[in-house]
Design a protein around this ligand. Structure first.
Ligand code: GDP
Length: 195
């Protein structure tokens, strides 16, 4: 788990990004997948990323300093929320594309999927985009506590098949509720960041 974590700032566009050499991991996933909960669990701070803020509303990248500037966590808005306007979807796409393709600090993307469900078209598009841009991915399957073993084994296979999961990426299954595999996720992240 993180030794230290602190919110730095939100940015609506490139001018708000931080100009230095500190490596970044960007967290992406569908609204409600458990991204805020996972960040809070990693940080052991229930309030770091706001859990249950209106899904899909914020169009900002949120920057957090981790382990006294050892790296930064960049929390992206959840995608796939049906009730946001097309303009907002386009805005989200432009902002994410710019960040993911031009940010030299970005070393790895942590992408979250719900272990109970087959990935959606949004998930497939996101993963395709990350792979087309050769960005290493730590895939985190959430809500492990809601499934029996035979179910999560079957679903992990389905998720990997649907996404054409690349064997060079890492897949972990977690429960934020029961704190399962949180240490493993953190260690995988540190390895990918090489910090
Ligand atoms: P976000 O929209 O991706 O940031 O998702 P949240 O972290 O706000 O979580 C969405 C909902 O899923 C909340 O009700 C959480 O309590 C719940 N949740 C998140 N992670 C888990 C998990 O690992 N297990 C279970 N059972 N519920 C979870």
């Amino acid at each position: 788990m993180f030794k230290q974590s602190v919110f730095i700032k939100s940015a609506a566009n490139k001018s708000g990004w931080i100009d230095d050499q500190i490596p970044e991991v960007c967290f992406v996933g569908r609204s409600n997948v458990g991204k805020s909960s996972f960040i809070n669990t990693l940080a052991n701070n229930k309030k770091l990323a706001k859990v249950a803020n209106t899904p899909g509303k914020t169009r900002l990248l949120n920057f957090f300093d981790i382990n006294n500037s050892s790296f930064r966590l960049v929390d992206a808005p959840g995608y796939g929320y049906a009730r946001i306007s097309n303009d907002m979807k386009i805005e989200f796409g432009i902002m994410m594309e710019e960040y993911l393709t031009t940010r030299p600090n970005l070393k790895v993307v942590c992408m979250l999927v719900d272990l109970r469900h087959k990935p959606t078209n949004d998930d497939i598009q996101m993963y395709d985009f990350l792979k087309a841009n050769e960005i290493p991915v730590l895939m985190v399957g959430t809500k492990l506590d809601k499934l029996k073993k035979n179910e999560y084994v079957k679903n992990e296979k389905l998720i990997k098949e649907t996404l054409h999961f690349n064997s060079s990426d890492i897949f972990v299954k977690v429960s934020n509720l029961d704190k399962l595999n949180i240490k493993e996720s953190y260690e995988a992240l540190i390895r990918l960041l090489e910090v």
